[in-house]
Write a protein that binds this ligand. Sequence first.
Ligand code: PEP
Ligand code: MG
Length: 756
Amino acid sequence: MRDLAGGPRVLLKRLRELMAEPLEPQERLDRIVHDIAQNMVAEVCSLYILRADSVLELYATEGLNPSSVHLAQLRLGQGLVGTIAASARALNLPDAQEHPAFTYLPETGEEIYNSFLGVPVLRAGRTLGVLVVQNRTHRHYREDEVEALETTAMVIAEMIATGDLARLTRPGLELDLRRPVSFKGLSFNEGVGLGHVVLHEPRIVVTNLFNEDSDEEIGRLEKALSSLRLSIDDMLSRREVAFEGEHREVLEAYRMFANDRGWVRRLEEAVRNGLTAEAAVEKVQSDMRARMLHMTDPYLRERMSDFDDLANRLLRQLMGRSPDDIASSLPKDAIIVARSMGAAELLDYPRDKLRGLVLEDGAVTSHVVIVARAMGIPVAGQVKGAVSMAENGDAIIVDGDEGSIHLRPQQDLEAAYAEKARFRARRQELYRELRNKPSLTKDGVAIDLMMNAGLAVDLPQLAEAGAAGIGLFRTELQFMVASTFPRAEAQERLYRDVLDAAKGKPVTFRTIDIGGDKVLPYFKASVVEENPALGWRAIRLTLDRPGLLRSQIRALLKAAGGRELRVMLPMVTELGEIAQAREIIDREVRHLSRFAHHLPTSLKLGAMLEVPSLLWQLDELMQAVDFVSVGSNDLFQFVMATDRGNTQLSDRFDPLSVPFLRVLKHVADAGHRTHTPVTLCGELAGRPISAMALVGLGYRSISMSPASIGPVKAMLAELPLGELKALMADNLAGPAANLPMRALLHTFADDRGIPL
Ligand code: PEP
Ligand code: MG
C-alpha cells in the first residue's frame, strides 16, 4: 500500500505490540488511534463504541478535541457514525459535510475536515462500534485503505470482546456487547440450566491475530482451502447425496462458495494485510454476515448460513480442533449453543459439565435432542439468533420449560432463575424419595414405568430414576456415534453391560433402527431415496442385510447367556417380517447351542407398532409376538402424515387429539383381548399429561426418558384412574367431534390437584 506510512502490515505489527504492552485501557486506545492516524496519513482517527442504550460514544480520538472523549455521542442511525453502525457498512466520502446524514457535533471541532472514511467495528456480524479517519483535503480513500481500516477495526473488536474496555464505561452505562438479551424458541427438554456459553462451533479464539510471514500464511490458507474443497467434493460424490435435492443443493452452494474467487481474494488480501489465516476467515465472514444481516430475502439469508458453516469448516481445518481440546477448556457449567448438531457431537462433551443445550434449529425428535434428554439436560430449540449474540463465556440461562434463553441476564432475573433451579432440585429430591416406592395410581393400580436408553451413559440412570426396567434400548445409537460399524465384540460388551446394570430388571433391546432420519455416515444406501422416512430403514434394511442382523442377534444371545433376552423389531409393516426375523434368531440359537454356548433362559420377541398397516391386523400381530410396543413418534408421523423432524409442523397436530387417542386405545384393547403385553415407548410416555391419557386408555406399562419417571410417578400417585377412564371413555366413544381432549385432561387434573 503505497501511500500508507509503513502500510497495514506495519500498523498491525504496531497494534500487536500495543496490545501486549501493560497499558491502561484508555492509554492503549489513545495510542492505537494515534498510530492509525499516523500510519494512514490522516489528521484524525476516532473510535466510537456502541453502548447498550444504542448510543455511540467517542472513546478515543487523535485530532478531534480531546475533551470531547466520552462526551460526544450519537444515536444509532444518527449522523455518519450512526449510519455506519446501523447499516454495518463503511462510508467513504471526499466531502463529508455534503452527506445528508452529516451531523455536526460542535464539541469535537471536526468541521475543518472534509474527507471521511468510517468502518464498522464488527464481531461475528454484530456492530460494536465505528472507527473513523478524516483528512482536511477532499480525497477519496482507496479500496486498500478501506480494507486496512477494516482489518484494524477487527483488532479493536477483539479488545472490546475481551472486556478490556469495560473499565472505561461510566457507572450505569454498559457496552452493547454486554447487553442482556432474551430469545424465545421451543421447549425441547424441560429443566432450567444456569451456566456459561460454550459455542459449539466457536468463533475464532483470537490468540493469534497477526501472521509472521504472509507468504507462509497464504500457503496455510491455500492448503486448508484445498482440503476443504476436497472434502466437499467427497461428500458430493457419495451416492446417498448424489441426487438429493436439499442436501445436494447445500453442498453445491458450499462448493460454489469454496471456489468463489471474490471470497478467496478477500481472504488472501486480509492475510497479506498481516492477519493469520484464521483471523482472515473471521474477518471476511464477519463483514459478509453484517452486510447480509440487513437482507430480508430468505433465500439469501439461508445461503448466508451455508457460508457460515463453510467458514467454520475452514476454521476447523486451519485450527485442527479435536474433541479433547474442547473438553479440557470447558467451564464446569457449560451451556452449549449451536446452530445444529449431531448426536455424536454432543457426546464429545463431558456430561458432568453440561448444564444445557441451545439449538437454533432441530426438532423434539432429532437424535441430538433424544441424547440430550437421556443426559437429562434442559434444551431450548429453534432459538433463532442465539449464536451470533452469544460470546464464549457469557452468562446464560436456558429455560427448557419455556424454550427460552436469557443471555447475560440481569441480577434479578438470574436470582429468580436460581430460585427456580433450587425449587427444581427440591422437587428432584422428592422424586428421589419416590424412587423406591411402587408406582401406583391413587386408586391402587400398578403401572410399570420403564426407561428408554441406548448408550452406556444412560445406565446409571436406571437406579437413579427408579425405573422398572429398560423398555426400549435403542441399539442403533452405538452405531450412530461410531465412525465404523461396531464390531460384534463391542456390541456384545455393551449388551452385557446393560444387562449387568439392569440387575435382573427387564431390558428390551430393539434391533438396529437405522435409515430414515437415523443416518450412519459410514453406511451408504444403495439407492437414493426420495422419502427416506418411508424408505429402506429399520427391519426392512436389516432383513435385506441379514449379516448385520445376524451378528447383532448373536451378540445379544451371547450377552444374555443365563438370563432372559427380550428383542424387539422396529418398523414392522407386515407379519412376514416377524417370521423372517424369527427364522434368523432360531438359526443363531441353533448355531450357538451346537457350540455349547450358554444361552438365554428365555427369549421373548416383540414388534414395534409404528406403521399403521398393523392396526388392521392386531389380533394376528399379537399372536405372532410375545409383546408389542407402540412407537408413538413414528406412529404419529405416519398416522398424521407429518414428518417428525419438520419444525414447521412440530406444533401443528396434537397427539392427544381424538383420532390418535382412538388409535392408541384400539391397540391397548387388542392387547387386553389377546392377553399380549402392550407398552408404549415414544416421547408421549414421558409427559405427565400424555402419560395420564395413556393410562386412562388402558396402558399399564410405558417407557420414557429417565428424567420423566419421577414426574410421571408423582402424577400417578394423585390419579384416580377409575374417574379418568370414565371421562376418556365418554369422550372418545361419542361422535367424532373435534373435542379438545388436551383441555379436558388439563381441567380434570387441575380439579384434582394432579401434578402435570
Ligand atoms: C418411536 O418411533 O416412537 C420410537 C420409540 O422409536 P424412535 O424414536 O427411535 O424412532
Ligand atoms: Mg421409531
